[in-house]
Design a protein around this ligand. Structure first.
Ligand SMILES: *[C@@H]1O[C@H](CO)[C@@H](O)[C@H](O)[C@H]1NC(C)=O
Ligand SMILES: *[C@@H]1O[C@H](CO)[C@@H](O)[C@H](O)[C@H]1NC(C)=O
Ligand SMILES: *[C@@H]1O[C@H](CO)[C@@H](O)[C@H](O)[C@H]1NC(C)=O
Ligand SMILES: *[C@@H]1O[C@H](CO)[C@@H](O)[C@H](O)[C@H]1NC(C)=O
Ligand SMILES: *[C@@H]1O[C@H](CO)[C@@H](O)[C@H](O)[C@H]1NC(C)=O
Ligand SMILES: *[C@@H]1O[C@H](CO)[C@@H](O)[C@H](O)[C@H]1NC(C)=O
Ligand SMILES: *[C@@H]1O[C@H](CO)[C@@H](O)[C@H](O)[C@H]1NC(C)=O
Ligand SMILES: *[C@@H]1O[C@H](CO)[C@@H](O)[C@H](O)[C@H]1NC(C)=O
Ligand SMILES: *[C@@H]1O[C@H](CO)[C@@H](O)[C@H](O)[C@H]1NC(C)=O
Ligand SMILES: *[C@@H]1O[C@H](CO)[C@@H](O)[C@H](O)[C@H]1NC(C)=O
Ligand SMILES: *[C@@H]1O[C@H](CO)[C@@H](O)[C@H](O)[C@H]1NC(C)=O
Ligand SMILES: *[C@@H]1O[C@H](CO)[C@@H](O)[C@H](O)[C@H]1NC(C)=O
Length: 468
């Protein structure tokens, strides 16, 4: 019923617009297929949908006409697979990929624009009021970009022929919104991205709801959602199952304010939530709530390396299970990981302050790591209602602290409940550590810190005991 109502009201709205246009330029008399409704089916514009022939130009025509006539929905009818090179989303257009329809990204270099920063299957740039929905699938065919399968870490295709991209970062992303306003992505299934999946850059007012992301567990840089230099982003009800960081805010050219992510389920071979490591500008006002993190290499991570300052970040109602995977991936099964040592000697440290972790439970093979650095204290950290269960369950080597990228790299260090370095103000209230006595190879103390770098610790109802 709701859908019908919206379609009807859009129809009325468009009819009025068309009347106005007609009375202003009666002689033009352009006949556009579908122009009497706000829906434009790609089939009407020539798309075949056989998954073999490219439908790029037909999809693009439908989008261009839709946008030029004031916006609306571009429909990808169910039951078909639409193979395409890069398509450009225009202002006012919602891509409606029906349940049972699939957009298939091309796998050839010539399918993508010349400039590597525009390598996306779907790209929206400098536009407003755009979205993707409909219940269908966008498929990047990521496994076709694997040169050599390896359960530790796949070796991937590199398109670094012009030298314009670096190392393991030379493949297309799936969906990108660059410098956009009012973006909505909802009820859609993003699968097999070759590289990052959903990329939000310099955007304002973005909503991502009920999006499922299925990457590949062994593919490096197979990130879920990367949010860069953007304000006012809300992510809700997402499922992310992928190899690399799942929700990853970064700052390259401007600060990032107001990001909320809640009601999500995540599994990853890297960090489930990660701020950084690109962090040249500030992060402020981020909330992560009601999230389940399963069998990940790291749970909640701040990996600040480039001098940006981070403040007012809340993590609440989060269940985490972490385990070791191969050390070629960043992460050592830490449920919570905070570090800000500068990437290299030419960078200043960023300051991290006002972090709240509340209602958190973790079942982990490693402890919490909270590490400021000489020129950059961590200040005012609060842990309230935190249950940490510690046990080993894999045969991977423990007993190491992971400062990567840069800094001191991997350092031998016995495992502790919470390791703290360079901190001013740490408050724990109702923090409960439980230890599985049979699975504690390589562990030593519940709290590990040196009073010369850690000041103002307060423990209220702090409990450490063996698991019954
Ligand atoms: C988007 O805007 C930026 C900055 O103004 C400009 O450099 C870029 O060429 C624009 N891109 C498109 C596709 O219009
Ligand atoms: C990228 O390609 C350029 C030129 O082809 C080459 O000089 C450079 O070493 C390559 N870089 C990486 C990281 O692969
Ligand atoms: C944010 O975008 C939505 C559409 O996605 C729009 O309805 C809403 O008015 C926008 N809010 C602001 C403050 O621009
Ligand atoms: C979430 O999206 C899927 C399609 O990806 C759809 O089938 C399902 O109904 C949506 N759920 C809700 C609650 O809207
Ligand atoms: C998403 O698409 C993938 C690949 O087609 C499929 O395996 C998966 O079941 C779909 N998930 C949902 C929630 O629709
Ligand atoms: C986000 O807000 C900051 C602070 O107001 C501003 O400097 C920045 O340009 C905004 N970014 C976007 C993409 O609107
Ligand atoms: C962040 O959200 C607050 C509260 O809604 C709002 O007042 C502020 O303008 C937002 N910041 C930016 C940069 O949009
Ligand atoms: C938490 O998120 C799950 C989906 O992952 C949802 O089913 C549940 O209702 C949410 N809980 C609350 C209290 O909002
Ligand atoms: C976390 O686990 C508790 C206890 O099993 C459960 O009540 C709660 O709903 C879970 N929350 C999330 C976000 O998974
Ligand atoms: C971070 O804060 C410090 C101290 O206030 C300041 O000197 C520095 O410029 C800030 N960094 C950025 C990127 O704004
Ligand atoms: C923490 O959990 C308690 C009990 O489940 C709940 O009453 C409280 O609102 C939660 N706190 C937050 C910040 O969500
Ligand atoms: C760990 O090693 C032991 C002894 O070699 C073996 O019995 C066990 O199955 C291994 N466990 C895992 C999770 O691989």
């Amino acid at each position: 019923m709701a859908t019908l109502f919206i379609q009807l009201s859009l129809f009325l709205f468009t009819s009025i617009q068309l009347q106005l246009t007609t009375s202003q330029s009666i002689s033009t008399n352009i006949e556009l297929p579908g122009s009497l409704t706000t829906s434009f089916s790609v089939i009407d514009y020539g798309a075949i949908g056989d998954g073999i022939n490219y439908d790029t130009q037909y999809i693009q025509s439908a989008i261009d006409v839709c946008s030029a006539s004031g916006g609306g929905h571009v429909i990808f009818p169910a039951g078909k697979t639409y193979l395409t090179a890069t398509i450009y989303l225009k202002s006012g257009v919602i891509l409606d990929i029906e349940k049972g329809a699939r957009i298939l990204g091309g796998t050839k270099l010539r399918d993508y624009p010349v400039v590597s920063k525009r390598w996306y299957v779907i790209l929206a740039e400098n536009v407003t009021d755009v979205g993707i929905s409909g219940g269908g699938v966008i498929d990047g065919q990521g496994l076709k970009f694997v040169n050599k399968f390896d359960v530790k870490k796949n070796v991937m295709v590199s398109w670094n022929s012009s030298g314009a991209c670096y190392g393991d970062e030379c493949r297309p992303r799936l969906v990108g919104f660059l410098s956009c306003r009012n973006v909505r992505v909802w009820n859609v299934n993003l699968t097999q991205p070759a590289y990052w999946c959903l990329h939000i850059v310099r955007c304002d007012n973005t909503s991502i709801d009920n999006v499922s992301i299925y990457g590949d567990f062994d593919t490096p840089n197979n990130d879920g959602i990367d949010i860069e230099d953007s304000n006012n982003t809300v992510i809700t009800r997402c499922i992310i199952d992928t190899g690399d960081d799942a929700i990853c805010p970064k700052t390259y050219t401007a600060p990032l304010y107001n990001l909320t992510a809640k009601d999500c389920w995540i599994r990853t071979k890297s960090s489930a939530i990660k701020l950084g490591s690109a962090s040249w500008f500030d992060f402020k006002g981020l909330v992560f709530d009601n999230i389940t993190i399963v069998d990940s290499h790291r749970g909640l991570a701040l990996q600040i390396r480039d001098g940006g300052n981070v403040s007012d970040i809340t993590f609440s109602n989060i269940n985490i299970s972490t385990r070791y995977y191969d050390s070629s991936w960043w992460g050592r099964a830490e449920p919570i990981y905070v570090t800000n040592c500068p990437r290299d000697q030419s960078t200043n440290a960023g300051f991290i302050s006002n972090l709240l972790f509340t209602n958190i439970t973790a079942d982990s093979e490693n402890g919490v790591f909270l590490s400021g650095c000489k020129g950059g204290l961590l200040s005012n950290l609060k842990f309230i209602n935190v249950n940490l269960m510690y046990r080993r369950r894999t045969n991977y080597t423990g007993g190491m602290v992971d400062y990567r990228p840069g800094c001191q790299g991997l350092v031998n260090h016995s495992t502790a409940g919470i390791i703290m370095e360079h901190i001013e103000g740490f408050e724990a209230e109702n923090v409960n550590m439980r230890w599985h006595s049979n699975h504690l190879r390589g562990w030593n103390n519940p709290l590990d810190f040196n009073p010369s770098t850690v000041n103002n610790i307060s423990l209220l109802r702090f409990h450490s005991g063996l698991y019954q």
